[in-house]
Design a protein around this ligand. Sequence first.
Ligand code: SF4
Length: 222
Amino acid sequence: MPSSALERARALCAKLSRVYPDAHCELDFSNALELLVATILSAQCTDVQVNKVTPVVFRKYRTAYDYAEANAVAFEQDLKAIGLYRAKARNIRAACRLLVEEHEGKVPESMEELVKLPGVGRKTANVVLGNAFGQNVGVVVDTHVARLSARLGLTKLTDPKKIEPVLMKLVPQKDWTLFSHWLIFHGRRRCKAVNPDCPNCELKELCPSYPKFMKLREQRGK
Ligand code: SF4
């Protein structure tokens, strides 16, 4: 078992790259604008649910101009299967108006410009930069990344905004986008919030939480 968080992070990168060689963003998209819209829609909503809605949306609205000029009521109806759809519809239309006014309808390729868009915080910007533009500017910290970072002993912090800079110190920059995908894949498939599958976990030799969860299982008689 590696003794420091830095050693553990490096060992985890090596292991996770072998366990999940195909890890990727699980939102469906074919360009930066589609990814921006899908990521705004994904807040407090599953990627699966977003992927059910976006095929119709992406066929109907193909450019930032289409979203900017969309009828507010009709656009809300297009998104109504998504949680918080009214606020998200408002943000997407406002963000696309800004894209039209200041970026010739294109999604900007910088953190500084992306976070000026309504509904876009650092996390959404990181998703777009990492997955649409191949830029490792930060680490996306969602609920899976936050939970696994704690279980894997990388940090004791719980605030995603504070976890991100810790991970940026521990993980090589070339792996920042992938590291998030690796932890999200592992969190969805093995290390679930409730009853993680520690006996079959590929990371158990690197995980300081393994003994604790195994003891809990024993106590529950599983
Ligand atoms: S050993 Fe258990 S707690 Fe640790 S990463 Fe695997 S599933 Fe999660």
